[in-house]
Design a protein around this ligand. Structure first.
Ligand code: AMP
Ligand code: ZN
Length: 113
């Protein structure tokens, strides 16, 4: 999608601090980190949110999920981490391209705010 900021990051029209990339997904540091490590993992395909996935995205999302531990290991998150996807208005999603926040290097809180 031409006006989607994360599509523009995936296509390198907008620079980002990339930590992992292949033909299906890209992971880059969040501009406003909420933890010492805060990386966003996104599919390169434009999908608006978890609420917009379809059956044809099953393999892609499985692929992304399996990559999480490798990206976490690369970032030194051997003590654990949190993976979050904010969805829709109540989920406080601000960028309408599916993304997973990978947060680590501090003890998380529960319940979330
Ligand atoms: P969410 O609020 O869950 O939709 O998350 C969107 C995230 O994208 C926020 O944590 C923002 O800080 C982050 N963000 C927005 N624009 C950029 C950008 N150009 N590069 C990196 N992170 C960004
Ligand atoms: Zn997009």
């Amino acid at each position: 999608m031409s006006d989607c900021i994360f599509c523009m990051i995936a296509s390198k029209e907008i620079p980002s601090n990339v930590v992992y990339e292949d033909d299906k997904i890209i992971a880059f540091h969040d501009l406003e980190p909420q933890a010492p490590v805060h990386v966003l993992i996104i599919p390169k395909k434009h999908i608006a949110s978890l609420d917009a996935v379809s059956a044809e995205d099953q393999e892609l999302l499985g692929y992304l999920a399996v990559k999480v531990k490798d990206i976490a290991a690369e970032l030194g998150l051997e003590n654990g981490y949190r993976l979050v996807s904010n969805c829709g208005e109540d989920g406080l999603q601000t960028v309408q391209h599916l993304h997973f926040h990978l947060l680590g290097k501090r003890k998380m809180l529960w319940p979330p705010g």
